[in-house]
Design a protein around this ligand. Sequence first.
Ligand SMILES: Cc1cc2nc3c(=O)[nH]c(=O)nc-3n(C[C@H](O)[C@H](O)[C@H](O)COP(=O)(O)O)c2cc1C
Length: 408
Amino acid sequence: MNGRRHYAGGDLARALTIEDLRHMARRRLPRFLFEYVDGGAEDEVTLHRNRHAFANLALVPSTLVDVSNRSLAVDLFGRSVAAPLVVAPTGFNGLLSERADVALARAAARAGVPFTLSMASNVPLEEVASEAGGRLWMQLYWVRDRDFIRRLVARAQAASFEALVLTTDVQVSGGREWDRRNYRAGMALTLRNRLDVLAHPRWLWRIARHGGLPRFANLRELAPPDAATVVDDMVALGRNMDPSVNWEHLKWLRSLWPGRLLVKGVLSAADARSAIGHGADGVILSNHGGRQLDGAVSPLEVLPAIRDALGPEAVILLDGGVRRGVDVVKARALGATAVMTGRNGLYGVAAGGESGAARALEILRQEIDRALALLGTPDIETVDARVLHRRANSQSPATTSPLLEGVI
Ligand SMILES: Cc1cc2nc3c(=O)[nH]c(=O)nc-3n(C[C@H](O)[C@H](O)[C@H](O)COP(=O)(O)O)c2cc1C
């Protein structure tokens, strides 16, 4: 845009921003994989909208405030977290680096924030619990096999997971045509992509050393007994995904699970109320990082109305497009309890395993800290809508585009 270069070398300490980690990841990963992480659905309107929603919100700092002591800690379900961050569930992390689920979970534990394990992880939930510790949440897609759900929930309980996250915005897969174009029939990469994989020998070596592409470790029981590869696991999961999932299923899940329960994929006040009404302990406002319904509204745009609808005590998380600490501060100002972060950690783990994931969280932490100082609000708990720029004669925060107008 402005001709500035990003860092894409091998030294994590020289990655100053998430965008640097993204460039490092791009260099290390075969193209089809980088696209898998980076892309959104269809025309990527929602993917970009998520970033614009943050950019279009302006802050008004208070000056001559003593900011020498700053605090990023917030309360989440009655316990303190070091910063208002939760690592979002992402499937197939094991393609990005070895045992990336554990790497991300360890980085989160070190940073003092919860980690959410995807149901489509490559490491079994029990191993993540024993190798990483920390506050662990388990994500669930609704599948037809109820016994499987029962067993998975029981396993998460036995492994002391704190929360269950039901993802509700994958009734069917989003249209990611660029992803499909990378394959010929089935899951066979096109010739061009196979050549590109050969041009990434270090990635190839890592995968080969661990016996090929990692399986979906929590989903073995869904696949037929003769399933031998992760492609078989993917086919089994695809066949089992249940588009009939509805509020009654949430009620059933509530009766099964004694821990915290969150619904991920909420974008309206009516659904947020319904989630709480059916027993959820919190909602995650999300459009799946722009990977599902293209054209969907951004969580930041609907946050104020949902905070109004649920009241000041409700746990409301938000994800999609958080790339800077100042985005986290803006989300807090509009009423989010905390934000979930997806791609940030993935760029980090692809760039440098556990250290890279930790670097991503550290960059965000440093940026939040700096934003609090420059905003003149040293305690993140006291950040509220007063820090947002309002147009004259308007009750709503002013934005530089019509995007957020009428919504907030
Ligand atoms: C590569 C990738 C895989 C994902 N896999 C899952 C998943 O298995 N389960 C889920 O609930 N969400 C999944 N998501 C969505 C994330 O949890 C989260 O909503 C999204 O990444 C947030 O946007 P951000 O990446 O802009 O932070 C995935 C996202 C990405 C980028």
